[in-house]
Design a protein. Sequence first.
Length: 290
Amino acid sequence: MIYRVRHSTVYAYTEPVPLCHNVVCLRPRDTERQRCLRHALQITPEPAAWRERSDFFANAVADFSLQEPHTRMEIVAESEVEVQSADAPPAPKIAWENVADRLAGDAGGDCFNARPFTFDSPQSPRSEAARDYARPSFPPGRDVVEAADDLMHRIYDDFDYVPGSTAVGTTVLEVLERRRGVCQDFAHLMLAGLRSMGLAARYVSGYLVTRPPPGEDKLVGCDASHAWAGLFVPDFGWIDFDPTNDVRPSHKHITVAVARDYDDVAPVRGVILGGRQHALRVSVDVRPID
């Protein structure tokens, strides 16, 4: 399936901003199951300086600066992405303790590259609380993928999806206490639980394709940015889990970036001079084109 994605971000300021520097992470990533066929980024006002690069995790990012007074900034990313079915050969059966031991002691191979995802990150640190929550899914000798599946099911059952109930800086401990959140929170919780068990887990940002009710037209902008978690299995690779929807990501999931947590791959981040208060409007539209 080929999708056309339009992601619009608009900042409106109460006073002119004379200078701002920004980093955007909006180009869908090329993976084993998807290809970014086309990507265009339009910024208004036109940037005075611009650079494209790859970050530490091999995500495509763009840096730009606006150096003229403005009260409105609009960033529009348009992409065409070909996504294949997520069907893949099953991962080898391996007890989760063996995976943790290999990640802790294996100095080479694919475990070496995955090891950074076993450590703390700002929004998904290891903790006793996260370990205590994850522990029931990890009895001795259980297959690591089965354990991760069970953890995903439990997060889906135990927590309520409530838009607006949390903020970007909401911690995993707060989510555990409140038992509600959004996709970003549930991804961070799953990462913290997996890492607290000694496993390698990474944050995946992207889009989830939605469908309108039968007989109704799809509303422009009704889709949204999404987030889920990835688990590393030695001698196999990464397997994704979407705890918000209790599914393994499929052709309806479009990957933009992978990293330690949201802080590494926020769609737009930066610093501004002036502006006082601002209003933010984000709109995402994902449509099939074949």
